[in-house]
Design a protein around this ligand. Structure first.
Ligand code: SAH
Length: 264
């Protein structure tokens, strides 16, 4: 119950009381993700690697995986039960999850635009680059990872939890969705990527998919790099990339293309 492992600035806290931001060693102002999960060992997962991992170690953002199990009922710490009305599978209990959510929201800003409270769910509002951008401007987020058939509706209603979806498919649990959304958000935080310009140019930033990339060697398997990219003419390069991005977006994502035209 008191076992606690800390790798860098990651805290996995199976205890009932969260350590304060100060105790965690992450600067209080750094963006924080609190994730309620039955599988805290799944974190940081991929987030612990590469740029997001380095930023986590450097304290540019913080992660707290809150183990749902200790909130469970009885000797076996049960967290789920059979669905009311019958049917297959199990549902995460309202009382168990409610206690975890209550704890995870303690001490966070009340304004939900500054600190959203979300549940990963295929029924949710689709997560997009705009969502990541909005979240990255806040102070942090609390996420609830569902498992089994999902969670008791009353917890969603009582805490006004917003459901967010990774896409139109069904995962086994919310953990991969949470990591994906945290990754997309954290890389937008100042100093995480290092090269801020790459954020402005990449896919979705201007409502377009990104142009193709090339690097050495100049010729490979008989294929050459488009000569304009080797011309040294920056204006020409920019024009070519723009036209490639537009052609790609029109061909692959007519929905995005239509939205882009609206904005112009
Ligand atoms: N019975 C549910 C699916 C449960 S899947 C339904 O039909 O809607 C188990 C858990 O995985 C969910 O509670 C959710 O937290 C997570 N999950 C599954 N698919 C997801 C998706 N597309 N986006 C975000 N979370 C998802």
């Amino acid at each position: 119950m008191t076992e606690r492992r800390a790798r860098g600035r990651l805290a996995i806290t199976p205890s009932l009381v969260p350590r304060s931001l100060e105790q965690r060693g992450t600067p209080a102002m750094a963006w924080q993700a609190r994730v309620i999960t039955l599988f805290p060992e799944a974190f940081p997962g991929v987030l612990g690697l590469s740029l997001t991992g380095k930023a986590l170690k450097d304290g540019l953002w913080g992660l707290e995986a809150i183990d749902l199990r200790p909130f469970g009922i009885g000797k076996h710490r049960n967290v789920d039960d059979t669905p009311a009305g019958g049917g297959a599978g199990m549902v995460l209990r309202a009382d168990v999850l409610g206690r975890a959510v209550h704890m995870a929201m303690r001490g966070v800003p009340e304004d939900r635009t500054v600190w959203p409270l979300v549940c990963l769910s295929p029924r949710g509002r689709p997560f997009t680059q705009a969502t990541a951008r909005a979240w990255s401007r806040g102070r942090g987020i609390t996420m609830v990872c569902g498992r089994f058939e999902g969670i008791d509706q009353r917890v969603l209603d009582h805490y006004a939890i917003e459901e967010v979806s990774l896409g139109d498919f069904v995962l086994t649990g919310g953990e991969l969705a949470a990591q994906t959304m945290i990754d997309a958000t954290v890389r937008l935080l100042p100093d995480v990527l290092g090269n801020a310009a790459s954020i402005e140019e990449e896919s979705f930033s201007g409502g377009l998919l990104e142009h193709p990339h090339y690097t050495r060697p100049a010729e490979w398997e008989g294929r050459e790099i488009p000569s304009v990219l080797l011309s040294g003419n920056h204006a020409e390069v920019a024009r070519w990339r723009r036209s490639q991005a537009e052609a790609l977006t029109r061909a692959r994502r007519p929905d995005l293309w239509a939205d882009t035209e609206h904005e112009v």
